[in-house]
Write a protein that binds this ligand. Sequence first.
Ligand SMILES: Nc1nc2c(ncn2[C@@H]2O[C@H](COP(=O)(O)OP(=O)(O)O)[C@@H](O)[C@H]2O)c(=O)[nH]1
Ligand SMILES: [Mg+2]
Length: 279
Amino acid sequence: MNIQWFPGHMTKTKRMMAENIRLCDCVIELCDARCPQSSRNPMLPSIIGNKKLLLVINKSDIADPVQTQKWIERFRKDGVMAIALSCNDSKGIAKVFDAVKELLKEKTERDRARGYVNKPARIMVCGIPNVGKSSFINKLYGKSAAVTGDRPGVTRGKQWITLKNGMELLDTPGILWPRFEDKDVALKLAYTGAIKDDVLDVEELCANLCSFLAENYPDRLKERYKVELEENLQGFEILERICRKRGFIVKGGEVDYLRGANVILDEFRGAKLGKITLE
Ligand SMILES: Nc1nc2c(ncn2[C@@H]2O[C@H](COP(=O)(O)OP(=O)(O)O)[C@@H](O)[C@H]2O)c(=O)[nH]1
Ligand SMILES: [Mg+2]
């Protein structure tokens, strides 16, 4: 989470990732179901080249299911195989393996025709910070994964883990930098916690989130914070109302916006406001 992404770092990451991807048959990119587009790194397709890509829309347990389904269809229309997953759910991993098999079907057949039977599919996982890479890898390992150790041609220190179904997984994920060139994207990433909010004005961030919620999920705000939301209420006004309702007042009767903002952001990230999608 503390990685500072500067251009030199990005170039290095890109090169290392390209080296690793060359060793794989399939790249699994994780994105956040609450903002599937904003949580992707647009550079990835260019370094994947002709390797197969599976997009796993993670954290679907805390995103709006209707929107998640729409995103899956949208990605598929764009030629990207996408599936929804939650690492907090005990099920779902079979879907991932089925999708990988489907993606690699032609390659498997080609290998077989050339006499390579049961050549293990090699997978690597990548995604921006906090998207769930470690959780996902643990889920892929399941209960009985074996470390297969270094292999010829593999960058020193790289380890392949043989999964229960025989597929091989690179044990370290590719950490992609988040997109922050676009303010709208940066805001969504900050709401979800993918960008640390100490680089942003927390009160302004929360006021923006309040505006979004008032427009798209007003009932959630009303229900959670027991506030009235008449039309055209500005983000800061909503934040103020919530603060007053919760008694976040400092000496002298001033509204403690910062405290309110931290609480609302925490509650949003913890899905206390229900399953919400930001785009
Ligand atoms: N609700 C929910 N939280 C998840 C899911 N996957 C991961 N997380 C949480 O997201 C945070 C970041 O996960 P982590 O695996 O460390 O992400 P990484 O930085 O990409 O390795 C942790 O608090 C996880 O518990 C998921 O499917 N649903
Ligand atoms: Mg991690």
